[in-house]
Design a protein around this ligand. Structure first.
Ligand SMILES: Cc1ncc(COP(=O)(O)O)c(C=O)c1O
Length: 404
């Protein structure tokens, strides 16, 4: 029996509801709601808002917590609105040459497709790479076999690199099938060919620790595993990679940007070298306050403790699932992936011929029991976090057993 590293009392959870869908949206901690209310109250009286402490400070503190969360330097963190904006900053700032190609795994969440596809007008193409035998996406997504422990997604991507490839962009944890890529292995394969690896990290952030030793950028929104309100996220970039990106062009991205002692209209300034170089103007101080508080809660519990707890819950759940004839094969497939370190926080149960009707009926039966799960492209997704408890597993198994 393991105790949740995030005490459920830190949240306003309703005991009649079992929320296993932080892969769509996570609950914010009560402390975050209090911090937001406190900041809003100040905004009623702008004379009480301190420019350095509340405005610049909210952003600085959020960057610090973000850096601790993923184990990087604070100066390499840029605040963004969501995952997409982080990836757009890289896509728009990268020094492309006509004819370049971006390599993506097949079936990425569109946040990691459209920023690259928007470059087509600049002569940059996008190529998707199937990650396992028979892997399909798009209109054929429901016909795809699921990933198994034999799959080698990093090997498939590395083998697909062509002389035109300039950058590889991949989700760390995939949104539909829950597969977790080995960022160190993929990053190494990219680095060996002089290519940057850019990561969409949102489905693993907050429950797992990314290995960014060989990556160049990591973008995440906050509203899933990071348990923040919608509309705030961050981007980590490796320093050398960042210096090659064209800055976005904000008044706070240049030296002395916030120093009103110097004429703001004096444009002879250098771009900052740190993460602020890529940020987009006046900070969303309210959202930064929320981001900081949620990340403080996560950092307080510790990501290693959260990921160990999530893995324990997943293993125990899969053991129970293995006892249900209808889900036996899925339980085995997922237990093997879990054992191989291939999963993030999402257990994605493949439909195995039941189709959208089958999974949607399962969802509906779950809602009737207060269980909120989600379905995406062939999979029933159950996402665990640090606030889930062993008792939640019993409830989930009773629901799935009743479907058998
Ligand atoms: C892998 C992945 N990336 C990104 C997002 C969201 O992107 P954004 O943070 O830009 O809203 C999602 C889900 O909504 C996702 O599953």
């Amino acid at each position: 029996m393991s105790h949740p590293p995030l005490d459920p009392a830190l949240f306003d959870l309703d005991p009649s509801i079992l929320w296993v869908m932080h892969c769509a949206e996570g609950p914010i901690p009560l402390a975050t709601a209090r911090a937001l209310a406190g900041f809003l109250k100040k905004e009623l009286h702008p004379w009480e808002v301190d420019f350095a402490g509340d405005f610049l400070g909210s952003a600085a503190r959020a960057r610090e917590e973000a850096a601790s969360l993923i184990g990087v330097r604070t100066e390499d963190v840029s605040l963004t609105m969501n995952t997409t904006t982080g990836l757009e900053i890289v896509a728009q700032g990268f020094p492309w040459r006509e004819g370049d190609e971006v390599l993506l795994p097949l079936g990425e969440f569109p946040s990691n497709a459209w920023p690259w596809k928007s470059l087509e007008a600049r002569g940059v193409s996008v190529r998707e790479v199937p990650l396992w035998r028979g892997h399909q996406a798009g209109r054929e997504a429901w016909d795809s076999p699921p990933p198994t422990v034999e799959c080698d997604p990093e090997g498939a991507l590395a083998a697909a690199i062509s002389p035109r490839t300039r950058l590889v962009a991949a989700s760390w944890v995939r949104f539909q099938d829950g597969l977790r890529l080995d960022l160190a292995r993929l990053g190494q394969a990219c680095a060996a060919r002089g290519l940057p690896l850019v990561v969409d990290g949102i489905q693993g952030a907050g429950t797992h620790l990314p290995d960014l030793r060989f990556a160049s950028a990591f973008a995440t929104g906050g509203h899933k595993g990071l348990l923040t309100p919608q509309g705030i996220g961050f981007l980590w970039t490796r320093e050398a990679f960042r210096q090659d990106l064209v800055p976005s062009g904000s008044w706070l991205s240049v030296e002395d940007g916030s120093n009103f002692g110097r004429a703001s209209t004096d444009f002879s300034r250098a771009w900052l070298k740190d993460g602020r170089r890529l940020e987009g103007g006046g900070y969303p101080a309210l959202a930064c306050t929320g981001l900081r508080e949620s990340l403080r809660t996560l950092n307080g519990a510790g990501i290693p403790a959260i990921s160990a707890h999530v893995a324990r819950l997943q293993a125990n759940f899969l053991e129970g699932l293995g006892g249900l004839p209808r889900w036996k094969e899925e339980a085995r497939r997922l237990a093997e992936l879990l054992g191989a370190g291939r999963l993030g926080p999402i257990l994605a149960l493949h439909h195995r011929g039941r189709g959208p009707e089958g999974l949607n009926a399962a969802l509906k039966a779950g809602f009737a029991r207060g269980i909120h799960a989600s379905v995406r492209e062939g999979y029933l997704r159950l996402a665990f976090h640090g606030f889930h408890a062993e008792g939640d597993l019993t409830r989930l198994l009773a629901w799935l057993a009743a479907l058998s």
